[in-house]
Each structure stands twice: as C-alpha cells, then as structure tokens.
Design a binder for this molecule. Structure first.
Ligand SMILES: CC(C)(COP(=O)(O)OP(=O)(O)OC[C@H]1O[C@@H](n2cnc3c(N)ncnc32)[C@H](O)[C@@H]1OP(=O)(O)O)[C@@H](O)C(=O)NCCC(=O)NCCS
Length: 171
C-alpha cells in the first residue's frame, strides 16, 4: 500500500478544494462545511495525506445519542437515550480507492472513538450509510445494521475494543 500520513485534525491551511471521493454530497460537505464545523466544534474531521501532501482521505466524528428502542438487544442495560459516537462521514479520494486506505481510516476512527470514550462516556459507535452498497464496508469491521433503519449501523464500544484487540494480535 502507498504510504499515507497518520490522520490528523483538519486545519485552515489544508487544501480541501480538490478532494474528490466520487460522491458529490460528501465532496461538498468536506469542501464547505468540514472546517466550519471544526471551528464551531460541531464535528471533528481528521485527514490523511498522500506522499505529495494531497488529501487522500478523511473522516469526521461527533457526539451522538440514540434512542434505546432503536438499539435493540445490544442496548440492554444502557441508558435511554444511549450515548454514542457518530462517524458522520468517511471517504477516500478516487485516486486512492481499493488500496486498503478506507479500512485503515475506519480502524483509526474506531481507535479514536475508543480513546475518547475513556474520557467521555460513549456506549457505541454509529455510522450512517449513504447507500446500501457501502454497508458491507462497515459490516466487515463488526458494525451491524440497526433493526428499524437499514442505513444506520452500530458497534457496541465493547465489541469495538475486541475488534481492535484482535487486529493487534494479527499484526
Ligand atoms: C467506502 C470507501 C471509504 C472505501 O475506501 P477504500 O479505500 O476504497 O476501501 P479499502 O481499499 O480499504 O477496502 C477495504 C474493504 O472494503 C471493501 N469495500 C471497499 N469499498 C466498498 C464499498 N463501496 N462497498 C462495500 N465494500 C467496499 C473492499 O472490497 C475491501 O474488502 P476486501 O479487503 O475484502 O477486498 C470508499 O469507496 C469511498 O470513499 N466511497 C465514497 C464515500 C462513501 O461512500 N463513504 C462511506 C459512507 S459516509
């Protein structure tokens, strides 16, 4: 795999205008709103750069809460609403697709969510999927669909920790 910088927070100096993941709504959010949200605190966006300093991928995280009824059995013993961490968006530049960068960003996202949950309670990680076709991208990491909403996926924080531990054992 090409080498990429470790994900770091988006700043005003980063050139977001040429980022293209092939999905207009995601491109538009990243180019126009990611920095604004970064500065207001509404979401935090992390980027990774390719060897030439161009943005190769990003993800954004926010605090979230989910109604317990939507969580199903995985919500047993949880408060209502259940505190969670939202992966608002995650995307890879079209030039860098299919090289493992997406899964590497997802792993970094999950590791960050776990670290933050040690300071601010969060019982699960949620991802809203743009469309049905990307569901399997999250499922292979242990996310599962929530019953009522086919496009929302969740992994309980304990399962996320177990997934990361098993990846650490493999490597
Ligand atoms: C989804 C996305 C992030 C995947 O990034 P990527 O770098 O191409 O993916 P990777 O190379 O890390 O692939 C990892 C695995 O996910 C699978 N995968 C990749 N894209 C996928 C997709 N769109 N749907 C389902 N599975 C996908 C790959 O087949 C691969 O599995 P394998 O290792 O068994 O072959 C990328 O296609 C993208 O940015 N899409 C547009 C934005 C988007 O839809 N984001 C998600 C919702 S916000």
């Amino acid at each position: 795999m090409t080498s990429y910088t470790p994900p770091r927070a988006l700043t005003r100096r980063d050139k977001v205008g040429k980022f293209d993941c092939g999905v207009d709504s995601l491109n538009s959010w990243f180019r126009t709103l990611a920095l604004r949200n970064q500065e207001s605190g509404a979401s935090r966006t992390f980027i990774t750069l390719d060897g030439e300093g161009r943005i190769a991928g990003f993800y954004s995280l926010s605090s979230f809460s989910i109604v317990k009824a939507e969580v199903g059995n995985a919500g047993l013993g949880m408060p209502d609403p259940t505190p969670a961490t939202l992966i608002g968006r995650l995307a890879v530049h079209v030039d860098h697709r299919g090289q493992g960068l997406g899964v590497s960003l997802l792993r970094d996202t999950v590791e960050r969510a776990i670290r933050v949950s040690l300071e601010i309670g969060s019982a699960a990680i949620i991802a809203h999927d743009r469309d049905e076709s990307v569901v399997s991208f999250y499922e292979q990491f242990g996310f599962a669909r929530l019953g009522g909403d086919r496009k929302t996926l969740m992994i309980p924080m304990g399962d996320a920790v177990a997934t990361i531990r098993s990846l650490e054992t493999e490597s």
